[in-house]
Design a protein around this ligand. Sequence first.
Ligand code: NDP
Ligand code: KAL
Length: 257
Amino acid sequence: MNTLLKNKNIVVMGVANNRSIAWGITKSLHNAGANLIFTNRQERSKQKLEKLLAQNEIDPTLIVSCDVADDESIVNAFQEIGEKVGTIHGLVHSVAFANRDELNGEYADTSREGYLLAQNISSYSLVAVTREAKKLMTEGGGIVTQTYLGAERVVPNYNVMGVAKAALEASVRYLAEDVGKYGIRVNAVSAGPIRTLSAKGVSGFNDKMSVIEEKAPLRRQIDQDQVGDATAFLLSDMARGVTGDVLHVDSGFHIIA
Ligand code: NDP
Ligand code: KAL
């Protein structure tokens, strides 16, 4: 336990189950003393979250539903958070989606609809939630999203999601400039491969995992807790001079040629 985020109200978006990166983040934020507000898209995820919270003796401040594909849902979610919690100090965006059949083969075969869907859920959603969250961040705050190396380099099969993450990382920089004047910082964590529900069944995932143990400087896999601690750092006052940045939590893999 530490007091890095004591009495801070932080919204966490994207816990689907115990393997979710957002669940690793939840544990780190809880250990740092934060009060936690959650949003889910699916009812099933909400039920899993409630069970996990009870098992881990974490008392949530609030759980609200939020589909980031829907502006009204986003506005309503943050309105409810504002009414029931008041000021918030942090937001964790851990949400992405692309059609599974576009996550292999040639990127050039991406459909217009599939391209727009990946951008909508995985990139534009950060813009929309930042707009609503900043209204509640009256004391300043931190926003952290989750990205992947496929934004910077061509990673086989990541395809349309790589382009969505490139837009997400550019958005982090533009948003950081916008909200910096309100004392709000915006950053991303770029995690190495972690076996989660999203990663399940997508081609090429196992190859990406094994190469980390071979080539990354630390020669070991990345887990949700490492991403959680880095996210807690970025949300905390320890990172008060850091904004518009991408912090790699990938055992150093990205530095290797
Ligand atoms: P999970 O499957 O655990 O989480 C994905 C989450 O996205 C789910 O909770 C899901 O909500 C949510 N989501 C999808 N569509 C919507 C929507 N329309 N509205 C609201 N929420 C939505 O996977 P991860 O933990 O792996 O993914 C979290 C983030 O981490 C993603 O941005 C991913 O790209 C990123 N990342 C993952 C890596 C990995 O190796 N796993 C590596 C680097 C980055 P619901 O449960 O309600 O459907
Ligand atoms: C190179 C890597 C191998 C995998 C390639 C693509 C991974 C894309 C991630 C993307 C988020 C996956 C999906 O959208 C899956 C979706 O089509 C089906 N799954 C679901 O609907 C489940 C039930 C819900 C909970 O999932 C979502 N997302 O809502 C990339 C690897 C090495 C690293 C990864 C996995 C990066 C990443 O961004 O997740």
